[in-house]
Design a protein. Sequence first.
Length: 119
Amino acid sequence: MIDFQKFIKSTSFAIKGIRSMIISENNARIHLLASIVVISAGIYVELSNQEWLWIALAIALVWILEAINTSIEALVDLASPDFHPLAGKAKDVAAAAVLIASIFAIIVGIIIFFPKLSL
Ligand SMILES: Nc1ncnc2c1ncn2[C@@H]1O[C@H](COP(=O)(O)OP(=O)(O)OP(=O)(O)O)[C@@H](O)[C@H]1O
């Protein structure tokens, strides 16, 4: 039996998580600005369906990993408020995942938008 009320409730918790991430994380606000700029540029240059798929994948990857990174940061702060090398390692490796996704997104952006610039 599918409980649709429960589904709506858990979706609202997830939306609350997105809001909280944007409010508390400077990086999430940078991702938001970058996403708006890239989507606007994509509409302007009339990207093909295939190009939109790559852009959507790149944007989604960065947001997914930023959400996981923010979640790990909060858990580390809760579990290890005092300095511990493993706490630092957990945060740094989670941040590395966001960096890798961001580099991928930049490469996708260059490959798709660079040829469209009429220099
Ligand atoms: N409890 C801890 N023990 C050891 N090192 C820590 C600890 N907390 C943070 N650090 C180190 O300090 C760095 C910055 O931590 P911080 O929590 O400020 O992360 P941040 O990425 O700047 O987070 P935010 O996005 O909230 O500003 C971490 O990457 C880690 O190397």
